[in-house]
Write a protein that binds this ligand. Structure first.
Ligand SMILES: Nc1nc2c(ncn2[C@@H]2O[C@H](COP(=O)(O)OP(=O)(O)O)[C@@H](O)[C@H]2O)c(=O)[nH]1
Ligand SMILES: [Mg+2]
Length: 368
């Protein structure tokens, strides 16, 4: 009998580095000859992450329209679909970055209700340094409301281990401050330090993920009123846009300029960016740009270094601002950047909303 598929879920706030981490993990396990399937998740369709991971050649299923916890059956159906042709050895799942209580609503139901047995890996949650420092210090506001900060903290509280990401760009003093803050706020919680970008620290991370044991047994109280208020603070926008130009344009430069201008436009409204990302895809080439906080500059996480005439663009924005204002702002900036680059844009789909109150399919409390 083959072993049960291993289920690895990587949590963490919006823009923490989950997709970058998952891509690296998937590559690692595939290089060991294992069959890997990935499940992405969002409150709406048109996901940058799904497009990116598929462009990288991975087998990706998507739960779109609601989160894993509120649509547990779609998660299990998606996993089953991914296994239709050949059974995966490893399923890696990326939950929505504003979700918490995932041990009670996803991991325990998988263990106790779902008929197909999984071998559950320890649940790791990525700590996003840019917001984590401010929130865990507890001195200044992290740029979000106390309710959104509540979600940030709850995500780490339920983890079997915390993953301190982006160590490639943190100095020793900041790493040691963050490590102390984690111990102070979450005593005894194991911490691995990585750079999802460079691969630094991944050997210890793989060892952690390989641990066998009974995970997801700890009980955690969650106030769903605060949780719902924290999620509803975010304006959520997913759009899919066709770009066409008479003369070739540099796709990388276009994405960077677009995100820069959207961020500038939002700063005027003091709207904190949780994650703003865009992928441009053209004839097998693709580029991805991201902004992970209002104070950070746009970064090209993947460049295509090419000029194109026609491209598909997907924009995902999660920003603490009214969704109507977010739509107006993004449409206006998109249009003006397109004019600058000599591009004619047509928006094929656009969804914009505040996430509704989370109502989990199952909620299995842990052992006190
Ligand atoms: N410098 C640096 N950037 C990172 C690292 N991990 C992720 N990023 C960048 O952070 C942004 C958000 O990453 P992503 O994986 O999409 O986050 P997610 O929203 O949690 O899935 C992207 O621009 C990534 O390139 C890291 O270890 N170092
Ligand atoms: Mg992601």
């Amino acid at each position: 009998m083959p072993d049960n598929p291993r289920f690895i879920m990587i949590g963490g706030f919006l823009g923490a580095g989950k997709t970058t981490t998952i891509s690296r993990l998937a590559q690692h396990y595939q290089s060991q000859g294992k069959r890997v399937a990935i499940v992405t998740n969002d409150q709406a369709t048109d996901l940058v992450d799904t497009n990116l991971l598929r462009s990288q050649g991975f087998d990706v299923g998507e739960v779109a329209g609601s989160c894993f916890c509120c649509n547990f059956n779609e998660l299990t159906r998606t996993v089953e679909r991914l296994g239709e042709n050949s059974r995966p050895d490893i399923v890696i799942a990326e939950p929505v970055g504003s979700c918490t209580d995932l041990v009670a609503t996803v991991i325990r139901p998988l263990q106790q209700i779902y008929a197909v047995p999984f071998d559950i890996a320890p649940y790791g949650v990525i700590l996003k340094p840019s917001h984590g420092l401010k929130i865990l210090r507890g001195t200044t506001k992290g740029g979000f409301s106390p309710q959104a900060e509540y979600i940030f903290r709850k995500q780490i509280e339920e983890a079997d281990f915390v993953i301190l990401n982006r160590i490639d760009e943190l100095n020793d003093a900041t790493i040691s401050e963050l490590t102390s803050l984690i111990q102070l706020n979450f005593p005894g919680l194991p911490c691995v330090k990585i750079s999802a970008m460079t691969g630094l620290g991944f050997e210890a991370f793989y060892d952690f993920l390989d641990l066998k044991g009974n995970f997801g047994t700890r009980a955690m109280e969650v106030d769903y009123d605060i949780y719902a208020a924290g999620e509803a603070e975010l304006g959520w926008l997913n759009a899919q846009v066709a770009l066409k130009a008479t003369n070739p344009f540099a796709l990388d430069a276009f994405l960077l300029k677009l995100l820069e201008r959207i961020n500038e436009g939002l700063t005027v409204h003091s709207a904190e960016v949780a994650h703003l990302k865009a992928i441009g895809m053209a004839e097998g080439k693709y580029a991805v740009a991201n902004i992970v906080s209002s104070s950070s500059a746009p970064k090209l996480s993947i460049g295509c270094h090419s000029e194109v005439r026609v491209a598909d663009l997907v924009i995902n924005a999660r920003v603490a601002v009214d969704p109507n204002l977010l739509t107006e702002s993004i449409q206006a900036e998109l249009h003006s950047v397109c004019i600058e680059f000599g591009i004619k844009e047509s928006i094929n789909t656009l969804q914009c909303f505040r996430p509704g109150r989370p109502v989990p399919t199952h909620r299995l409390a842990g052992v006190e």
